[in-house]
Ligand binder design. Structure first.
Ligand code: PGA
Length: 244
């Protein structure tokens, strides 16, 4: 359902000592609110620590990926049920770093979203175009192809997802999409999702979101919040984005 949601994506950062400081500061600084959610997606080994430090707070937690398989001979993989067992609410799937560096296809991302849903996790499904695709005028075609794969695979369960639009050229570059650029793609995604009966899911923007630009991005009609990488590693900055 729509409502402000800000999800931190720690990526491959942290250690037990620094996580404890960050998690405690976020838990302390965040007040429960019916129309605002805050969550952190941590590396797998720290799910137990996230549960320990965030339990009883209004901050949710989750993972950054799940296997498309439920169990079995998949060395190195982590199932959605394992992630759920640690009290997780969310699992990011289809992040561009996985699509690009691990060759994840649209079909695989859709299968991972389905696996997350089957374990009662909320998949945060990432879509977004590269700089070359944007410059070639292919942004709409790329995000449509990416979201349509998920729509086709999930059916009515689509309504239990969160979708994040993350233009690849804006991730970790300090080059944020303008609010208008974000809104244009979010409106397209919203139309596509609405046609599939899921027009009211949360649509997050990701790519160099900071406290200084969050309010203008989140103020756009179809932007419901953010998926935040670098800025989620600083408690004050992350809390300010959550409150934007
Ligand atoms: P960034 O990363 O906020 O550091 O640009 C966002 C993401 O990759 O989810």
């Amino acid at each position: 359902m729509r409502g402000r949601l800000v999800v931190g994506n720690w990526k491959m950062n942290g250690d037990t000592a620094s996580n404890a400081r960050l998690l405690d500061a976020i838990a302390r600084g965040w007040q429960a609110a019916a129309d605002r959610g805050l969550a952190v997606c941590v590396p797998f080994p720290y799910l137990a620590q996230a549960r320990e430090r965030l339990a009883g707070s209004a901050v949710a937690w989750g993972a950054q990926d799940v296997s498309e398989h439920p169990s079995g001979a998949h060395t190195g993989e982590v199932s959605a049920a394992m992630v759920a067992e640690f009290g997780s609410r969310y699992a990011i799937v289809g992040h561009s770093e996985r699509r690009q560096a691990h060759g994840e296809s649209d079909a695989l991302v859709a299968a991972k979203a389905a696996a997350a849903l089957a374990a009662d996790l909320v998949p945060v499904v990432c879509v977004g175009e590269t700089l070359a695709e944007r410059e070639a005028g292919a942004t709409s075609a790329v995000v449509t192809r990416q979201i349509d794969a998920v729509i086709a695979a999930l059916g009515p369960a689509l309504a239990r997802c969160v979708v994040a639009y993350e233009p690849v050229w804006a991730i970790g570059t300090g080059r944020t999409a303008t609010p208008e650029q974000a809104q244009e793609v979010h409106a397209l995604l919203r139309r596509r999702l609405a046609a599939a009966g899921a027009g009211s899911i949360a649509l997050l923007y990701g790519g160099s979101v900071k406290a200084a630009n969050a309010a203008s991005l989140f103020g756009m009609p179809d932007v419901d919040g953010g998926l935040v990488g670098g800025a989620s590693l600083d408690a004050d900055e992350f809390l300010a984005i959550g409150a934007a």
